[in-house]
Ligand binder design. Structure first.
Ligand code: PLP
Length: 386
């Protein structure tokens, strides 16, 4: 199989991820607990070690500010519902995944907050000047994706972070598509809250992810419960990460995530983007008739500017074929996995003019090869040749 659906989840995982999980399940496998038996302490220290590695990866000086949850959706809900209060205004954009749009839309529908959804520019970016203009006296939160999962464009988060900070609002970024792919500097770039998922670019298993919480963000816990430590307090402790981590964590998953992050730190996250951009370029330049595809502005950036400002995913449509049809043909006749449809980002497709049928999204990962891309291009050539 040629797997080009890494933006949904990365596959396969690097070998150490499988081995790390198996070893942990077989040999340690206990419920973490700071005051417990040796295996419980070992489980706790594995989790602490994973926090430390993630803090390094994200440029965050304080590992205890890495809070584990189930996935990016969990981290985003934790942040959005944990900081917004009645009467607040929030700024978001048309490029968001439903994991950002839906919780915000619901709060707006319930009359709790006011919401501004910014348009994207012709090159699929959020303009920092638009963000600055959207501010109101009651703006508490700017919630934006770091990388669009539909267009693959990297957003100018440092510029937007500076604007949010100047105006005393919190800046939440959805790093589902950027963590492990785009170098991130949490402390430097004015980010207050960063939601991440473990199973995409971080190469870990599903069921892992969470939220990085900056010093300026006070997040109300929305899941309260046991923390494996001091049980005497009647309510959730004040200290992070336990304030936001009620319940037994996904220990096996985190054991795998630790190995994924180690692999990335070992090879250097800064090597991932050039690798991904080369692969997408190989795909575009291997096609015999690239003009048969609608690229939504991406093809020239990929071929002429080496995919600058983009990650290794591209949305395209093939003339005369519905996206679902292309996805099914690639799957059934060529054993190539891609993702057709709306990618849980309906506003992004309205922006592109591809709503409601969507696009076909091809997305690469660290284990994708140039040969995979040449074979995918050959499959497209076969489809267009009928
Ligand atoms: C931009 C973006 N945000 C959020 C998510 C949700 O991630 P998860 O399913 O891990 O919660 C995704 C997943 O596709 C995504 O691409």
């Amino acid at each position: 199989m040629i797997y080009l659906d890494n933006a949904a989840t990365s596959f396969p995982k690097p070998e150490p991820v499988y081995r790390g999980m198996e070893e942990f399940v077989r040999t340690a496998g206990a419920n973490p607990g700071r005051g417990g038996h040796r295996r419980a302490v070992e489980a706790e220290s594995m989790i602490t070690d994973t926090r430390r590695l993630l803090a390094r990866l994200f440029g965050c000086a304080r590992p205890e500010r890495i809070v584990f949850g189930h996935n990016a959706t969990d981290g985003l809900n934790m942040a959005i519902k944990g900081v917004l209060r009645a009467g607040d205004h929030a700024i978001t954009s048309v490029l968001e995944h439903n994991s950002v749009s839906r919780p915000l839309n619901q709060l707006e529908q319930d009359g709790v907050i006011q919401l501004t959804r910014l348009p994207a520019t012709g090159d699929h970016r959020i303009d920092p000047d638009d963000v600055a203009r959207a501010f109101r006296p009651n703006t508490r939160l700017v919630a934006l994706t770091h990388v669009s999962n539909v267009t693959g464009t990297i957003q100018p988060i440092a510029a937007i972070g500076a604007i949010a900070r100047e105006r005393d609002a919190l800046f939440l970024i959805d790093a589902a598509q950027s963590a492990g792919v785009v170098p991130i500097e949490f402390d430097r770039d004015g980010i207050d809250l960063l939601a991440f998922t473990g199973h995409k670019g971080l190469c870990g298993p599903t069921g892992t992810g969470g939220l990085v919480v900056g010093e300026r963000a006070a997040v109300r816990p929305w899941r309260e419960g046991g923390t494996g430590g001091d049980s005497t307090r009647p309510v959730q402790p004040e200290e992070l990460p336990h304030r936001l981590e009620g319940g037994t964590p996904n220990v096996f998953g985190i054991a795998g995530l630790r190995e994924g992050v180690r692999v990335l730190l070992g090879r250097g996250v800064d090597t991932v983007l050039p690798h991904e951009r080369d692969l997408i370029k190989t795909f575009v330049t291997s096609l015999r008739r690239p003009e048969r595809l609608s690229w939504y502005g991406a093809d020239r950036v990929i071929t002429e500017r080496n995919g600058e400002g983009r990650v290794g995913l591209v949305s395209a449509n093939l003339e005369g074929f519905a996206p679902a049809e292309v996805g099914a043909i690639l799957d059934e006749q060529f054993d190539i996995a891609v993702r057709p449809g709306l990618h849980c980002a309906p506003y992004a497709h309205k922006h592109l003019g591809t709503y409601p049928q969507g696009t076909v999204r091809l997305s690469v990962g660290i284990l994708t090869t140039a040969d995979d891309m040449r074979r995918a291009a050959a499959a497209y050539d076969d489809i267009t040749a009928g």
